[in-house]
Design a protein around this ligand. Structure first.
Ligand SMILES: NC(=O)C1=CN([C@@H]2O[C@H](COP(=O)(O)OP(=O)(O)OC[C@H]3O[C@@H](n4cnc5c(N)ncnc54)[C@H](O)[C@@H]3O)[C@@H](O)[C@H]2O)[C@H](O)CC1
Ligand SMILES: [K+]
Length: 499
């Protein structure tokens, strides 16, 4: 798990590295600038490209000056520098790099404090106006310069963070910043990059190692973590020669309705392909022929039979909700299942909508229950929020209070754990934005629960593998990823981490 630092923790890590490596601040700036330049070169290898580097007065600007010099040394000769020092005081390391830059023939223009900026001719703008030192919203000439750069339509590459964007997650709707095509961020991504409001500030981010002390960083107490491939490799259990279907549990899926039977089939198929030993699908009779035709491996359970089953605990896990509907019968059977002896449960879609209506059922969820709301379902359960920071805070609060796992789905899914930590899933891509993807995720979680994974692990593994399967298809050139295709990829993704 990679912990995500706040700005103040990054400063601590800076100080620690400077004192203990030891390294001087100017050498650390040089290292950061080198790391930026290496990444920049991998993105834009043509040295003839014209580049405008816009530098503020702080250390972000100091990086910009060092980057200008380094790019020149790497053969990028079509470079201009703008210095936007409207009222800030220049840092010592800025001054050193300003001096170093004066020794090479690069055109440097110190902008006047005006709103009248000349047109941007360069193909690429490197944004080094403000970094993690931002302490208030942009205003005045600086805001106008940012708007001027954005309006130029040129590709912007930001140093560390788009100027004007707050780093620690609380992005207000009215925040204005640079819009960067790419951000090259130092050591760790900024927490804000994972929040949906970041879409107005950046498209892609890359993280480069600038040699801050990793032992120190990994011991920092942080609230947010990003899942890594190593986590998946160590959490997934390899199959052994003497395993049999009983080893991998029986998943019961309660889903589907007359017009939404497909959702139930997607969940059941995802459960099978994720490896549960047995999958039973509890659907209305109208879905039986579809089930038997499409999924010969799955078993059916008629809803009316539910009350007469004495040993429901034979099902190792329960996945409820996809395409279920919110009628009285569904409520009745959902209540029966949630009150049964089945202890591992994932709740999705319409089952969440039922919980939003039936407060007392929601209050009684067993510890370790997983709920998988998208934004609208989440807001129905917990009330509306003014931004994602507030929504995430509610997810954390409720995961702790109720001792449940809240999988808040989005481009970067946030998994709020009962211990107050939020685990961020980095996998997935826009091709996956289609109906049915959530049903697949729900089936995968149910399957992993049935196989005996702890709830926290099942949620984390399913989110990562689900996104990774989508990413493999995107790498194969799929711009649109139908959920049924994604399901087919799951065994391969699991194989990649276990075989
Ligand atoms: N460990 C690392 O990640 C390293 C980061 N480096 C770079 O340093 C910046 C942070 O530099 P800092 O000097 O602290 O702040 P900024 O350059 O971001 O800001 C400068 C200056 O601007 C003032 N300010 C803040 N908000 C506003 C505003 N809205 N309008 C106008 N002025 C504002 C503020 O008071 C500051 O004085 C980091 O991002 C990296 O790029 C190091 O180079 C290497 C180690
Ligand atoms: K910047």
């Amino acid at each position: 798990m990679r912990n995500i630092m706040t700005v103040s923790q990054t400063r601590e890590a800076d100080r620690f590295t400077i004192a203990n490596e030891p390294v001087s601040t100017i050498d650390l700036m040089e290292r950061a600038s080198q790391a930026f330049v290496q990444k920049f070169i991998s993105l834009f290898s043509d040295q003839r490209i014209s580049v405008l580097i816009c530098c503020g007065p702080g250390n972000n600007g100091g990086d910009g000056l060092a980057i200008s010099r380094l790019l020149y040394e790497y053969g990028y000769s079509n470079i201009r520098v703008w210095i936007a020092d409207f009222n800030g005081s220049r840092t010592d390391d800025f001054k050193v790099n300003f001096q170093r830059l004066s020794e090479i023939p690069i055109h440097v223009n110190e902008l006047a404090n005006t709103d009248n900026f000349e047109a941007i001719e360069a193909a690429i703008v490197i944004d080094a106006l403000l970094g993690s030192g931002l302490n208030k919203p942009l205003e005045g000439a600086l805001l106008n310069l940012v708007r001027h750069i954005n309006a130029s339509g040129k590709q912007v590459i930001s140093v560390d963070i788009p100027s004007g964007m707050p780093a620690d997650g609380n992005i207000m709707v009215e925040t204005e910043s640079i819009f960067a095509r790419d951000v090259i961020s130092f050591q760790r991504p900024k927490l804000s990059f994972f929040f949906p409001e970041s879409a107005k500030s950046l498209r892609y981010f890359h993280t480069v190692d600038i040699g801050l002390d990793e032992t120190y960083i990994s011991a920092l107490k942080t609230d947010f973590f990003e899942i890594t491939e190593d986590d998946i490799r160590s959490a997934l259990i390899k199959r052994s020669p003497f395993n049999h279907k009983g080893t991998f549990g029986h998943c019961l899926i309660f889903a589907g309705n007359i017009n939404t039977m497909g959702a139930a089939l997607l969940s059941a198929e995802a459960s099978l392909y994720t490896g549960s030993g047995l999958t039973s699908l509890c659907i209305p009779p109208s879905g039986l022929s579809a089930l038997n035709t499409r999924l010969p491996e799955a078993m059916a359970l008629e809803r009316e039979q539910l009350p007469s089953i004495r040993n429901l605990e034979k099902y190792a896990a329960l996945a409820v909700g996809p395409g279920l509907g919110v009628g009285e019968d569904e409520k009745k059977y959902l209540r029966l299942l949630l009150n049964s002896k089945i202890t591992s449960t994932v709740i999705d879609a319409d089952a969440l909508n039922i919980l939003a209506q039936e407060g007392e059922l929601f209050e009684q969820l067993k510890p370790g229950t997983i709920i998988t709301p998208h934004m609208k379902e989440f807001d129905r359960l917990f009330g509306s929020s003014k931004n994602w920071w507030e929504r995430t805070a509610k997810a954390r609060e409720n995961a702790v209070k109720r001792q449940i796992i809240i999988v808040l789905k989005n481009r970067y899914t946030f998994i709020a754990m009962p211990n107050g930590k939020v685990i961020i899933n980095p996998t997935g891509n826009p091709g996956m934005a289609s109906g049915g993807m959530g049903d697949v995720l729900c089936g995968m979680i149910g399957s992993l629960l049935a196989q005996g994974y702890a709830a926290e692990e099942a949620a984390m593994l399913a989110c990562f593998l689900h996104g990774k399967a989508g990413d493999l298809l995107a790498e194969e050139g799929m711009a649109v990823i139908p959920p049924t295709m994604l399901i087919q990829k799951i065994p391969k993704v699991i194989g990649d981490f276990t075989l």
